[in-house]
Each structure stands twice: as structure tokens, then as C-alpha cells.
Write a protein that binds this ligand. Structure first.
Ligand code: NCD
Length: 319
């Protein structure tokens, strides 16, 4: 077992063996999730609290289902209705919840670094469900599992990540994971949406879809993250779709068997053609959602195992 961490805050600290351990365990959960009887007692007796300070459909539902299938007591905090609205700080909210002895805290927050800060203040395991433009580790892991199942491997592939990379935690976590597993990563987008220090990330940068997609095995499309833009980053959505929106014609430049991915939520006709997104011969978007539940079950099982071992060994910080 090579996943010994206390929290899952990002891909950055993970070694390739730890990534492989999570993906291998996830495969078992893919099978369980497809069975009629979907529950186990791996997290029985444990309390999981989901704190989403930002809107979420897929990620929150997926963490909730994952916890319930593993037998945890799962609580979704309605953050819109919480004391945060009355001026309580993130840390005070965390300490209040901590006093109720949760075992797993799943946190999404609009500020980069907020989840790491919170993890320092609590005695349980923390899973980052997306913090600002920093990291979204379970998304990168579910993407890796989807790629590995479609391509038979998660090494030596050419992966094109296209669109709003500058504002995307999904892109950042994916770049880190794919790099650790020795893949070739290309970023494609207008210069305004490519991070300033992209060259330091060990990736190739393209400003033209046709050139960037040439020979790609995987094409990952991203949403324009308007909520994180403080001004005009693109001339118009029509112009953006024309140059960077993925359609069958642009996809023809990638490998013949290239797969199309999107983390959702998807804006049809802005970054991707709706018909292509629904084409089950090319698009693995629904598989990504399916893999999301399995990966979160695996991550929570591994963290719970570490937590139980630490408590059994008398680690007082873990009470
Ligand atoms: C992404 C997110 O929230 O970071 N969605 C997701 O978790 N599936 C991407 C996005 O918001 O565009």
C-alpha cells in the first residue's frame, strides 16, 4: 500500500505509486457500482461532512453517493444557509464542525489554498473538492482512470488540454498528474487564457487548435470560467467557438481513435459542439462521471484506513 497520506489536498505531493494505488482500488469500485447491490461497510461508523462553499452538481453528488455506498454517515452542509453568511470565518466554521468529531471532511472553496489551511486546523482527514484555481485532485484522478480504461495505459500518451487553462484547477491537477506519469501534455488556447508560467510546467503551448491537436490521443476541453475572469479575456463567444470550440472538423487533426473529455459543466456551442459531446464513439464524458464515484470511494477508503491506523497507534492529532 503506497498511499500513506493523511489528507488528499492535491496531486502535487503524490508519487506515481500512490496514484497507481488509488486507480487500482478504484477499479474494484467501478465493478461494485455496476452491481445491483452497491453498498459495503468500509466506512461504517465514520462521519463524512461535505462543505461546498461554491456551487457544484457532479462533485458534490459524487462524494455523497461515494460515502453512502461505503456505509458512512454523510452530511451535506448547506453553506449558503450557514453562519458564514453571518460573518463567521472559514476557520471558525471548521473548528465548530471539528468539535462534532467528523472523520472525513470534503471541502470546496473559491479561494486557492483555503482547503490546505482548513486541513491544518482539524483532526480528521480532509479531501479537497476544488480550491480556487489551485487543485482538484479527485477530478484529475477520475480523468486518469477514464483515460487508462479507454487507452489501456496512462503513460506515453499525448494529451491536449484546451480552453481556459489559466483559471482552471482541473487543468492544473491534470497537468501535474499527467506529467508524473510521463505523458506529453499540450495546452491549447488564446494567450489570455494560458497561464503566464506555462513553460515551467513542462508542457507545450499552442495558439492554434489544428496544430495542437495533431496526433493527440486525448482531447480535454474546459469551460470558460467566467466567474474567475475580471474583464474581457475573449472577444466574443462566437469568435471563441470558431477558433477554439471543438467540433468534428478540428478533432479530425487528432489521432483517429482520440477520445474527447470534459469535466463539466459543459457549455454546448461555446467550447464544444453538442453533437460531438454526445457521440459515444468519441466522447467519454459520461464515463468520467461514472469514474468519479469510484475514484472518490477509493480515495476515502485509503484515507479512512490511514486514519484508523494512526488512531490505533495513539496519534493524538487525529482524534
Ligand atoms: C470543474 C470545477 O468545478 O473545477 N467542474 C467539476 O468539478 N467537474 C470545472 C468547472 O467548473 O468548469
Amino acid at each position: 500500500m503506497s498511499f500513506r497520506a493523511r489528507h488528499l489536498l492535491g496531486i502535487e505531493p503524490l508519487k506515481p505509486e500512490a496514484i497507481r494505488t488509488i486507480l487500482d482500488l478504484s477499479e474494484q469500485y467501478v465493478a461494485l457500482n455496476r452491481a445491483t447491490h452497491k453498498t459495503s461497510d468500509v466506512l461504517a461508523g465514520l462521519t463524512q461532512i461535505n462543505m461546498f462553499f461554491e456551487n457544484s452538481t457532479r462533485t458534490q453528488a459524487s462524494f455523497e453517493i461515494a460515502g453512502k455506498r461505503l456505509g458512512a454517515d454523510v452530511m451535506n452542509m448547506a453553506m449558503q444557509a450557514s453562519s458564514i453568511k453571518k460573518g463567521e470565518t472559514l476557520i471558525d466554521t471548521a473548528l465548530t464542525l471539528n468539535a462534532m468529531h467528523p472523520d472525513l471532511l470534503v471541502v470546496r472553496h473559491p479561494h486557492s489554498g483555503a482547503v490546505n489551511l482548513l486541513a491544518e486546523k482539524v483532526n480528521c482527514a480532509v479531501l479537497n473538492a476544488g480550491d480556487g484555481r489551485h487543485e482538484h485532485p479527485t477530478q484529475a484522478l477520475l480523468d486518469a482512470l477514464t483515460i487508462r480504461r479507454a487507452k489501456g495505459r496512462i503513460q506515453r500518451l499525448t494529451v491536449a488540454i484546451c480552453g481556459d487553462i489559466a483559471h482552471s484547477r482541473v487543468a492544473r491537477s491534470n497537468i501535474l498528474l499527467l506529467g508524473k506519469m510521463e505523458n506529453r501534455v499540450r495546452l491549447i488556447g488564446p494567450p489570455t487564457l494560458i497561464p503566464a508560467r506555462a513553460a515551467d510546467l513542462g508542457v507545450e503551448v499552442y495558439g492554434d487548435m489544428k496544430e495542437g491537436l495533431e496526433g493527440a490521443d486525448v482531447v480535454m476541453m474546459l469551460r470558460l470560467q467566467k466567474e474567475r475572469m475580471d474583464g474581457g479575456f475573449i472577444p466574443s463567444e462566437r469568435e471563441y467557438y470558431h477558433r477554439f470550440g471543438l467540433d468534428a472538423e478540428k478533432l479530425a487533426h487528432a489521432k483517429e481513435d482520440a477520445i474527447v473529455m470534459h469535466p463539466g459543466p459543459m457549455n454546448r456551442g461555446v467550447e464544444i459542439d453538442g453533437t460531438l459531446a454526445d457521440d459515444i464513439n468519441r466522447s467519454v464524458i459520461q464515463e468520467q462521471v461514472e469514474m468519479g464515484v469510484a475514484v472518490r470511494m477509493a480515495a476515502m477508503e485509503l484515507l479512512a484506513r490511514n486514519l484508523r491506523e494512526a488512531r490505533a497507534a495513539g496519534d493524538g492529532t487525529y482524534v
